[in-house]
Ligand binder design. Structure first.
Ligand code: SF4
Length: 342
């Protein structure tokens, strides 16, 4: 859960998960629908599928007991070198290094590394430095779990003191050793390549109602947000202020009129039945800045054979939606007329 996600965001998910699936066996046996619902809103849904595969592997290959060996942990789905190192050091006090964004920032500053840490050679050097520190810590005898505490303190130092901007060097426990501080380079390290320019994308989602039920679909396997639910939607031109409400002028993005597996709808399948969208949601996924407009609509006569499920709002709230489409569902559910009929 903590991969790419802050602790404060994870806590309520963790607590809910442990109430519902308190053992590895329970996680291994849970239905995909339950897993996705527990993960709904946390993003990076590949993690939850890997988590279940890892739980199943532990049940089958390790008699249900989580392994303590680094290579056995690394062999579990969804666990790379960093996560295996974090588990081995923090949970089992083993001398295994970790290297995440926070640790990279601390190490490049303390050791005055001016090369881009994403370059292979520099990255290898950072792993070596992290390994040297944890091996050194493992020889400390007056502390019960020095490896666990060293890696946790490196992460905490990066998160709380050695922050990307305005690091609190006066309060830093390693300030006398820090080369960046001595040279006044704190704010310039780590030296990262320029981020890729964000790309705007604009989608229209269609809220189509029939007898108190709404049309939705489940995203197929193998695409982004696989197995999650969403309202029918199409990608149209990039989001610009001028194009924002000129829906008819926007051109569908499907190539040669063909429907891709992950985009089975076309704009011509729907007729808008309102002059303003129900809601406009802005969010980001990697380098994409996405604008999603949700419109009330009807199916066009030409839309025969359109795929999807017709479900009441109450049924929909039991399913796992992508975060943006969950916000649409919440906006729709706030509509009194639908609520009465659900
Ligand atoms: S002295 Fe400043 S720059 Fe150096 S590690 Fe500490 S907080 Fe970071």
């Amino acid at each position: 859960m903590l991969q790419q996600t802050q602790v404060k965001t994870v806590i309520p998910y963790w607590e809910r998960w442990m109430r519902e699936l308190p053992t590895l066996a329970a996680a291994a046996q849970a239905s995909p629908a339950k897993l996705h619902k527990l993960w709904e809103g946390l993003g990076y849904y590949t993690r939850v599928r890997n988590l279940q595969r890892a739980a199943q592997q532990v049940v089958v290959q390790h008699d249900g007991r989580f392994p303590e060996d680094f290579d056995a942990i690394l062999a579990l789905p969804g666990i790379g070198r960093y996560t295996a190192g974090a588990i081995c050091s923090i949970a089992f006090n083993q001398p295994k290094p970790i290297l995440d964004g926070n640790v990279i920032r601390v190490l490049t500053r303390v050791f005055g590394i001016t090369a881009d840490p994403r370059e292979k050679k520099t990255n290898t050097r950072l792993w070596q430095l992290a390994e040297g520190l944890i091996l050194h810590a493992s020889h400390i005898t007056h502390h019960a779990s020095p490896c666990s505490h060293l890696n946790q303190s490196l992460m905490e130092l990066g998160a709380l003191i050695c922050t990307p901007r305005s690091p609190n060097c006066a309060a830093c426990s390693v300030n006398r050793l820090c080369i960046a501080r001595r040279q006044g380079l704190q704010e310039q390290l780590p030296k990262l390549a320029k981020p890729i320019k964000p790309t705007s994308r604009r989608f229209l989602a269609f809220i189509v109602e029939r007898n108190g039920k709404l049309l939705v679909r489940q995203r197929p396997a193998g695409v982004v947000n696989a197995h999650l639910w969403e309202f029918p939607n199409v990608e149209v031109g990039a989001a610009t202020g001028r194009a924002r409400h000129s829906v008819r002028a926007a051109a569908p993005q499907s190539t040669n009129g063909a429907r891709r597996t992950d985009a089975p709808y076309q704009q011509s399948d729907f007729l808008l039945s309102a002059t303003r969208p129900v809601c406009v949601i802005k969010h980001s996924i990697t380098r994409y800045r996405i604008t999603l407009e949700a419109w009330r609509a009807q199916l066009a006569d030409s839309s025969t054979g359109i795929t999807g499920h017709w479900l009441t709002p109450n049924q929909l709230h039991r399913l796992a939606f992508t975060s943006a489409h969950k916000r649409i569902l919440d906006a729709v559910s706030a509509n009194a007329s639908l609520r009465k009929r659900s």
